[in-house]
Design a binder for this molecule. Structure first.
Ligand SMILES: Nc1ncnc2c1ncn2[C@@H]1O[C@H](COP(=O)(O)OP(=O)(O)OP(=O)(O)O)[C@@H](O)[C@H]1O
Length: 665
């Protein structure tokens, strides 16, 4: 309970009942010893300290009264309040501090981020939803940059230079928009921080119980200006001390998100033979060894995946480039629009596709959402690991995938295939090297739509291609069960392995998906047989969402406290305000200064600093809630102490910050 301990130095102050001295102002607010010191003419009058003036100055008060310009000691300003209602001093036998701000009927002060209207000030920025949406920007781009859906440029040699197809429909409705969230991290370049901040700040009165700011009209059109009382959920009902962990993201989530952010903002490697800019994308960086070091194959084509930043929205995307692709018909892009409409949690979103000569050849580029730090299923489970030494034996095998995880993969990939088939398309990339693990147990099929462009000339029957998807799915599940990419080539042996290590239901799934003579099967039929596994998967997903929301709630609390700390930063130690160099040390601000000492500058009985985050968080939460609990603030010279409630300190902070925000008192 160290963090509830009052300032240890306060124990040195003898607290006594106010006596009947002929010093009414002093006895009203200052606790002191019973006999004045002999050198009283050298000691500063406490009335000055507390009230800012002494009405007995020059009328017999024996203490020192510094002049107004004397900044040698913290002298509170003269209070303007005249109607000080006295508060009951029930808790301790001490007088009670009444902050000036409670008494003044001034309008509620603005909060951090509230816009203060000044003559000639530029109009406030439009809140989200009022300005041009991302969709509008995309459309503008399309209108300006692409005359038609298929913008065609014929180069000097009369060849097809660049085709581009871009579509972003449905992006606004993406129910999984928070996934790949690191990709949506606000970037200073694009001003996204600014927007987020604005939006955040506008919500602030709800949290802080502060008055309504100018921008609040966008959120509460009918609200009038008044002091709102905070909700009670801030108050702690039990004396359980909060631990630091309660206020922060879980370590694993924090680490993962930080790593993703780091990857996104990593500068591209220097000296690579890559175009500086290409069709609105810049900062290209390969996500795999470049062609030449090791040729990467996509079917019969050489292909490389890059990370690149879009100059339209500042977001990083994954670009799959297929080398030496000569476009002969515009209709090759016909399915790209259909692909980009598919928004599914287990499919890498297709953004756009175009051809380019920026790589000094005719390349096809298909743009996908970028999922930082993702790995392929092949890399995660099938790639041979170096032998390990376990239980006294050398182990050559990869770890077998647990059955629960395998079911999760089956349900996720099956669901993605179903969405594609329902949209009248076929996947063609159900392969361990084309499925990404983008988060914990989260898989997404990548490279969708590429084969639709590459093989557009070949006329295939859609139903047969969809059957082929099921066959590829069977091969994938078998490979994952056996930790072997070519498990299908030894089917009987592989099925024995499956029977040995997994339940019969897994084997049934594989047998269902393997092509055989008879009526065509559909992915829906598979789901009809594995309903209980789907239900378990849904349960797991909901639990994961709950966990993430819990984490988000903690960060929400942090944001609230950060705003409070910012206010302290604005007020404390301010060298001058309103031509008053003592502003931050006098009046209400003196209370804020003492409270800052109480929160951050406590020392233990040995004089060592108390560095206790729980104490800080507890105090700030109570302050933000405006709790009625009282604390004793002790001046630095230990000569005076004030008993104030958090509610009163909160009023002081609001008043002082309001003065600052308005620019004048
Ligand atoms: N949308 C994406 N977001 C993030 N990373 C991606 C994305 N698409 C691909 N990658 C990464 O790019 C790398 C190359 O992808 P690719 O699909 O070519 O896999 P591969 O293992 O190189 O397959 P292959 O051997 O067939 O070329 C992989 O490490 C993959 O994680």
């Amino acid at each position: 309970m160290a963090f509830f301990r009052p300032q240890s130095r306060s124990s040195a102050i003898k607290i006594v009942a106010p006596n009947q001295d002929p010093l009414p102002e002093t006895s009203d607010a200052v606790l002191r010893g019973s006999s004045p010191k002999k050198d009283s003419t050298h000691r500063q009058c406490r009335n000055i300290l507390i009230h800012g003036y002494c009405k007995f100055e020059g009328k017999g008060c024996a203490y020192y009264h510094p002049s107004r310009g004397d900044t040698g000691s913290p002298v509170p300003e003269q209070s303007t309040s005249t109607t000080s209602p006295s508060l009951p001093a029930a808790a301790v036998n001490a007088p009670v501090f009444v902050p000036k701000s409670i008494l003044s009927a001034s309008p509620a002060p603005p909060d951090i981020g509230d816009t203060i209207e000044r003559p000639g000030a530029p109009p406030p920025p439009l809140p989200q939803g009022q300005g041009p949406s991302q969709m509008q920007y995309q459309n503008e781009y399309t209108e300006q940059g692409q005359e038609s859906q298929y913008a065609e440029q014929i180069d000097d040699q009369g060849q097809y230079g660049q085709y581009a197809y871009g579509w972003n429909g449905g992006a606004d409705e993406n129910p999984y928009a928070t996934e790949g969230m690191a990709n949506q991290l606000p970037s200073l370049d694009t001003g996204q921080y600014g927007d987020a901040q604005d939006q955040h700040m506008h919500m602030q009165p709800e949290y802080n119980g502060v008055g309504v700011g100018a921008m609040d009209a966008f959120y509460h059109p009918n609200t009038t200006s008044y002091i709102r009382q905070p909700l009670n959920y801030h108050l702690y009902t039990t004396p359980i001390p909060p631990t630091a962990q309660q206020f922060f993201l879980s370590e694993s989530t924090r680490e993962e998100l930080l790593k993703r952010a780091e990857t996104i903002h990593m500068p591209p490697p220097q000296g690579l033979p890559l175009p500086e800019k290409m069709q609105g994308y810049h900062s290209l960086a390969p996500l795999e060894p470049m062609a030449g070091e090791q040729k990467r194959k996509l079917g019969n084509w050489n292909s490389t995946v890059y990370r690149a930043t879009s100059e339209r929205d500042g977001v990083v995307y994954a670009l799959r480039r297929v080398e030496n692709f000569r476009l002969t018909q515009e209709s090759a892009f016909a399915n790209v629009e259909a692909w980009s409409r598919i928004q599914h949690p287990n499919i890498c979103d297709v953004r756009e596709a175009f051809t380019t000569r920026a790589f000094n050849d005719n390349s096809l580029v298909v743009v996908y959402t970028y999922y930082p730090n993702s790995v392929t299923l092949y890399d995660a489970h099938l790639k041979l690991r170096p032998p390990t030494f376990q239980n006294g034996r050398v182990q050559h095998h990869n770890e077998r995938i647990p059955e629960r995880l395998l079911w999760s993969y089956i349900v996720q990939i099956g669901s993605a295939i179903k969405a594609v088939h329902d949209a009248g398309l076929c996947v063609r990339t159900v392969d361990a090297s084309k499925i990404l693990v983008t988060g914990k147990n989260r898989v997404r099929i990548s490279s969708c739509g590429v084969f639709d462009i590459l093989a557009h000339e070949a006329k295939y029957d859609l139903a047969m291609l969809q059957q082929e998807d099921l066959a590829l799915f069977a091969r994938l599940v078998l490979s994952l069960c056996c930790n072997n990419v070519s498990a299908m080539s030894t089917l009987t042996k592989s099925l024995e392995v499956v029977s040995r290590h997994y339940s019969p239901e897994i084997k049934n799934v594989i047998l269902f998906l393997i092509p055989r003579a008879g009526p065509l099967r559909s992915i829906q039929q598979l789901f009809d047989t594995i309903g209980n596994q789907v239900a378990m998967e849904v349960d797991s997903a909901h639990l994961a969402v709950d966990q993430l929301q819990d984490d988000l709630m903690k960060e929400l609390e942090n944001a609230r406290l950060i705003r409070l700390l910012c206010k302290f930063g604005f007020i404390n130690e301010r060298p001058e305000f309103d031509r008053d160099p003592r502003w931050s040390e006098t009046g209400d601000r003196y209370i804020i200064k003492l409270f800052r000492d109480y929160v951050f500058h406590q020392v233990d009985e040995n004089g060592n600093p108390v560095v206790n985050l729980s104490h800080v968080l507890t105090c700030l939460n109570k302050l933000d809630a405006g709790a009625d609990e009282r604390i004793m603030l002790v001046s630095r010279d230990e000569q005076s102490c004030l008993v104030v409630s958090y509610r009163e300190i909160k009023s002081c902070v609001e008043a002082a910050f309001g003065d600052l925000a308005r620019g004048t008192r």
